[in-house]
Design a protein around this ligand. Structure first.
Ligand SMILES: Nc1ncnc2c1ncn2[C@@H]1O[C@H](COP(=O)(O)OP(=O)(O)OP(=O)(O)O)[C@@H](O)[C@H]1O
Length: 299
């Protein structure tokens, strides 16, 4: 599959702050790629560099295998901050003004309004829009040139729960139309719900990258206790459905392969002659895993 964006060793420093530190990542065509990190981790600076509004300190990037140019810029739509729409003008008139600035055709206005679900509200003035509708109009503006890629920075920031749901649904709809989406967010939950791939950033450095289902998969752990932990460990080593285990002082934390649970583990222990004094399920929250990624890389 073609890489839409290829970032190679990109860095940016502001005085004593290393905002982005030797960052490399590839965004495949058709993916919804989340750049996830706490505030100040370098997400906006990274997007700014690849959109040619922030000059990189060092490193390179390509779009569609080519250095950035007028032609590649035309293929990428971006929403880095909410545009200043005119409150007393209608949705359509506001988009006409954006189209004039971008030099795009008025014909696409109705198409994008339709795509973001605002076609029926094209004559409504901007000030009459809900927060979610305002953000959808901003996304419509970014889609005016029918770009292949849409870049969004914290697209649900400041929205109410209804607006958040609307915008997330819209992102999935746009991706289903075949566009690649690159989305920066500090919300783990958002990336998990919306994205196919994720890069986790901290202090401008890449901490983890991959498919969301592998990087952020919430694997449950079983915690087992027994009189003899070495005996438990001995059995665990031989069980084919045990993915990993970690002995603690008087318990062992066990992760099982997909499709296996406490029943199978209990049965296997019983058959091996080990009586468990404890068998509990510990559901790992994604939040905990995200924190672990950051913590483990910090050691
Ligand atoms: N123009 C600037 N001048 C000085 N420092 C900056 C500038 N822009 C960003 N920084 C600093 O660079 C670091 C990375 O900021 P950046 O905005 O890229 O992070 P972020 O992950 O997008 O965070 P947020 O979600 O809060 O915007 C921060 O420490 C920030 O204070």
């Amino acid at each position: 599959m073609v890489d839409v964006l290829d970032i190679d060793n990109l860095s940016k420093r502001y005085g004593s702050i290393q905002a982005v530190d030797r960052l490399s990542l590839k965004v495949a065509q058709g993916s919804i790629y989340g750049i996830l990190g706490p505030n100040g981790s370098g997400k906006t600076t990274t997007l700014g560099m690849v959109l040619d509004v922030v000059r990189p300190g060092s490193g390179t990037y390509t779009w569609f295998g080519q250095p950035i140019s007028k032609e590649t810029k035309h293929r990428v739509g971006a929403l880095l901050e909410t545009p200043n729409f005119y409150p007393y003008l209608t949705a359509r008139k506001n988009l006409q003004i954006v189209a004039d600035v971008k030099g795009s055709n008025y014909k696409s206005i109705l198409q994008v309004l339709n795509l973001v679900g605002l076609e029926q509200r094209k004559h409504t003035t901007f000030k009459g829009f809900s927060l979610g509708m305002k953000q959808r109009l901003a996304i419509a503006a970014a889609l005016l040139n029918n770009p292949e890629v849409l870049v969004l920075d914290e697209p649900t920031n400041g929205l109410d729960p209804e607006g958040i749901a609307e915008v997330r649904e819209l992102i999935l709809k746009i991706a289903a139309e075949g566009k690649t989406i690159i989305l920066a967010s500090h919300l783990l939950d958002e990336v998990e719900k919306v994205c196919t791939h994720v890069a986790v950033l901290q202090h401008g450095q890449l901490r983890a990258e991959g498919r969301v289902d592998t990087i952020l998969s919430a694997k449950d752990q079983l915690i087992i206790g027994a009189d003899s932990i070495p005996e438990v460990v001995e059995v665990l080593r031989k069980l084919p459905f045990v993915e990993a285990f970690q002995p603690e002082r008087d318990t062992v934390h066990v992760t099982l392969h997909e499709g296996f649970g406490s029943k199978e583990l209990n049965k296997a222990m019983f058959e091996a002659g080990v009586t468990l004094s404890r068998l509990t399920l510990h559901r790992k929250s994604l939040e905990a895993q995200f924190l672990e990624i950051i913590k483990s890389e910090n050691r």
